[in-house]
Design a protein around this ligand. Structure first.
Ligand SMILES: *[C@@H]1O[C@H](CO)[C@@H](O)[C@H](O)[C@H]1NC(C)=O
Ligand SMILES: *[C@@H]1O[C@H](CO)[C@@H](O)[C@H](O)[C@H]1NC(C)=O
Length: 812
């Protein structure tokens, strides 16, 4: 422990401005190493209710499984491991969580009549990422019989090279006290594990089998499996349980069968293995600890220390939350604080580490150029030839949209996930951004949905697994990189006084902001990758201006999403939002042009801060061309909004206007100047209740559009948080700058911010969940529940400035 705090102190000393030239490199590698240490362990298998692993391709991982054990079917019906959406679960997730220290998760398992709490802590020390521990506590829910039996399994798997073995063997029928394991691996060094006996009553029964299967012992099955099977914890466990049940069946038959908890019991056979299943059976409430101690930390963690750490972690989380997300009026009540903590903790607790191969189709098919008239039909045929191959392994450190439903990386979601995370932990955010850019290929393409490894693939039908290197997805990571850039500029030259109020423990959360040199170095390394992605967009998603009768300021700036079908444009992220019909190679998409505009603006700012004059000049020209072409190619004076474009029967440019999110895009990415009349028109549309504005947020499509609420109705009326968040931030910008639309923007900002927060809050209070989208008429949460990805932006909304009072006016 001493060593880590010394190093943090050393880094802090450098931070305090005493660094001489040459220390930058030392600081950079030191901060990099400390971040690696601090972020090594976590619940990085967010697809599981509780799955801890290191941020490494191989190593020790572990998970919790359980079920009620009163009926013979409980083992099957009540079995829990992977996060699920069913009615049996009345809400679950992190009430508090910090990636550096740990947190508390509660699971309300109505099906098993059990409330579980997992209190997870990380304790730094040594040179292998420190130690961690979890306290697992079970309490009976209302309506459970007092003597309800619960079986809990804790599963350890050592991936790759390394040893793991149980120490001692206990009695012939199990351990009467704690269970200890010892292991080592290349990446983790020596380590020890303790699973405590814990507290709680155990069942007993008058049956012959009780001479062998005691309710009050902990049994351990040590097994050896091929590495590629270890992720399948459930089938591995069920093989053991089946064996145990078969023995009972053969020995006693149905008539003299013992109770279920005695039937489904792993054979006690502790020893060496790469899998260890530790099983405990309780009657009523229970509690026990799992403690992992890194050998290089010098001293093993104890349950007493765990008690202390749980308390400390919780206190520091609450304190820090209040500082980082200082909720503003009208959201200064405890109920909003609870919402904010839960939403943010689940977003951050959803950060996972994924490793493995993915399916990519890199075959050159001319149909993939999408240049001919029936391109979408031909492209579908080309996809049908199934030329995909496994590539990799890739690794990805990322947050996820939803633990039960989308437990994997999604490119365009991730930019939104990182907006609140960046406020909390900028250095973690920068690690995640780096990880995404490592998955980019030499052309500048990043797969939009990353389904890495067999475990991730098991959740997705094969036809949806394949990634195509000509498919784009909104480059939302630029939102966060630009945000980092702006904070860095602000921090640059800020005096110490402000920084010194931070405790030493803060150092790692924001080392790249507090040390401007470090932040600059990060940007310098990232810049070429951002530029490559930008160039890829400009080349592969180019729209055709010249082949048609189109007049525009620039002959270059026009864009078209590849990969659309008649009904969908999945690559745009707005899946079924109405687009010109039929698809045409002469189509132009205003949302895509806006995203490219956002990239240009961000790159420009970064290049400027890094003193790259030539880049700045080029990007300024591009940005101007995009602004002009938005007007020339996409603005409809008649409709008073931006529109997609296509080609009519005379091969002429034609606007296709479906008022909704797409029409707002140039505004959403901040491309309209404060005095632009097009901004005024856009605000009118946004605020018009007969079109987009509702009591629950901005609708995805105008109520007056013929497609409103039609078909799948996915992006055709519901309220989506990410677009609404972008609208709120831009309204704030307009409201706080001098200009003709300032008052209008302030009014919309105030009402929209309140409507969104109230809607998410109400649904959360009623159902226990955050939702993927919200109904614009009723405000009810819809589609996927436990959607704590971008819906968690609500915490940002609550901490934004309250402008309701206007200038100096009383708030009331
Ligand atoms: C941090 O970890 C990554 C991945 O494991 C590694 O590539 C990198 O070199 C490490 N950085 C330092 C400074 O140790
Ligand atoms: C920080 O300030 C220095 C001196 O004014 C300047 O040269 C540098 O570009 C700035 N860096 C950033 C990231 O703004």
């Amino acid at each position: 422990m001493a060593r880590l705090s010394q190093l943090i102190a050393a880094a802090a000393a450098l931070t305090a401005g005493v660094a001489a030239a040459g220390d930058d490199a030392v600081l950079s590698s030191e901060v990099g190493r400390l971040n690696n240490q601090s972020l090594l362990w976590g619940p990085y298998k967010p697809n599981l209710y509780f799955g801890v692993r290191p941020r490494l391709p191989e190593g020790l991982w572990s998970t919790l499984m359980w079920s009620r054990m009163d009926g013979y079917e409980d083992v099957k019906d009540g079995f829990r491991l992977t996060c699920e959406q069913g009615e049996e679960m009345r809400g679950y997730g992190w009430d508090e969580y910090d990636a550096r220290t740990g947190g508390v998760q509660t699971i309300h398992d109505e099906g098993n009549k059990l409330d579980l709490t997992t209190s997870f802590v990380k304790v730094p020390g040594g040179s292998h990422g420190g130690s961690w521990a979890v306290r697992i506590k079970g309490e009976l829910r209302d309506g459970a019989p007092e003597d309800q039996k619960t079986t809990v399994y804790y599963y350890f798997a050592q991936d790759g090279e390394g040893d793991l073995q149980v120490e001692g063997a206990g009695t012939e029928f199990g351990f009467e006290g704690d269970v200890a394991l010892k292991g080592n691996s290349k990446s983790l060094g020596d380590y020890s594990i303790l699973v405590t006996k814990g507290k709680g009553k155990h069942p007993s029964v008058d049956h012959d089998l009780s001479t062998k299967r005691h309710g009050d012992t902990t049994v351990v099955g040590s097994l050896q499996y091929a590495d590629n099977l270890l992720w399948q914890a459930k089938p591995i466990l069920f093989q053991q349980l089946q064996k145990a049940a078969q023995y009972v069946q053969e020995t006693y038959g149905d008539a003299a069968a013992p109770p279920p908890w005695q039937v489904y019991r792993v054979d006690h056979d502790p020893g060496q293995g790469n899998v260890h299943i530790i099983q405990k059976t309780f009657e009523g409430p229970f509690e026990f600890d799992v403690i992992f101690s890194s050998g290089s930390a010098g001293k093993a963690l104890t349950s007493e220390e765990l008690t202390h750490e749980i308390k400390r972690t919780s206190e520091s989380f609450s304190q820090r939350f209040g500082k980082v997300f200082d909720l503003k009026a009208p959201f200064k009540a405890d109920k909003y604080l609870a919402l904010g903590k839960s939403m943010f903790s689940n977003l951050l607790g959803g950060v996972g580490y994924f490793y493995g191969e993915q399916l990519i189709d890199r075959s050159y098919a001319p149909e993939y150029d999408e240049d001919n008239e029936n391109f979408w039909v031909d492209a579908a045929e080309a996809r049908g030839r199934r030329a995909q191959k496994m590539e990799g392994p890739y690794e990805l450190f990322t947050s996820i949209p939803s633990r039960p439903f989308f437990p994997r990386g999604f490119l365009w979601d991730e930019g939104f996930h990182l907006v609140p995370i960046a406020d909390w932990d900028m250095d973690l955010t920068l690690e995640i951004i780096k990880s995404w850019y490592k998955t980019m290929d030499d052309d500048g393409w990043i797969p939009r949905e990353q389904i890495l490894g067999a475990e991730a693939r098991s959740k997705v039908p094969e036809e949806f697994q394949v990634q195509y290197p000509h498919y784009a997805n909104p480059p939302t990571l630029f939102l966060v990189i630009e945000g980092f850039m702006e904070r860095l500029r602000k921090a640059n030259g800020t005096q110490r006084a402000e920084k010194e109020t931070l405790s030493q423990d803060e150092t790692l959360y924001r080392a790249h902001l507090d040390n401007v040199e470090l932040g600059e170095e990060y940007l310098r390394k990232l810049y070429p990758l951002l530029r490559r992605q930008y160039d890829w967009f400009r080349k592969t998603q180019k729209g055709d201006i010249k082949s048609y009768d189109r007049e525009a300021f620039s002959t270059k700036e026009a864009y078209r999403w590849r990969g659309r079908t008649e009904t969908h444009c999945l690559t745009s992220g707005l899946d079924d939002y109405p687009r010109p019909q039929p698809p045409h190679p002469g189509e132009l998409h205003v949302d895509l042009m806006s995203w490219v505009g956002l990239m240009t603006k961000s790159l420009l700012n970064i290049a400027d801060a890094l003193g790259m004059a030539e880049e700045v000049a080029e990007l300024e020209r591009n940005l101007e061309a995009i602004r002009r072409n938005l007007q020339d190619l996409h603005w409809s004076e008649k409709e008073g909004c931006f529109c997609d474009a296509t080609i009519d029967e005379f091969e002429e440019h034609k606007l296709v206007c479906h008022k909704g999110y797409v029409s707002l895009f140039p505004f959403l990415v901040g491309l309209l100047k404060p005095d632009d009349p097009k901004l005024g028109k856009t605000l009118e549309l946004l605020g018009d209740e007969s079109h987009l504005f509702s009591a629950h947020g901005i609708r995805s499509l105008s109520q007056q559009d013929e497609g409103y609420g039609a078909g799948e109705n996915y992006w055709r009326s519901p309220v989506w948080m990410p677009m609404n968040y972008m609208a709120v931030t831009q309204l704030y910008n307009v409201a706080t700058q001098k200009g003709p639309f300032q008052d209008k923007a302030r009014d919309l900002y105030t009402r929209l911010r309140r409507n969104l927060v109230e809607t998410v809050y109400k649904s959360w209070a009623e159902t226990g969940f955050a939702w993927e989208q919200y109904n614009p008429e009723t405000g009810a949460g819809q589609r996927t529940k436990h959607f704590t990805g971008w819906t968690s932006l609500v915490v940002k909304l609550m901490s934004m400035e309250d402008l309701a009072g206007g200038h100096g006016r009383d708030e009331l």
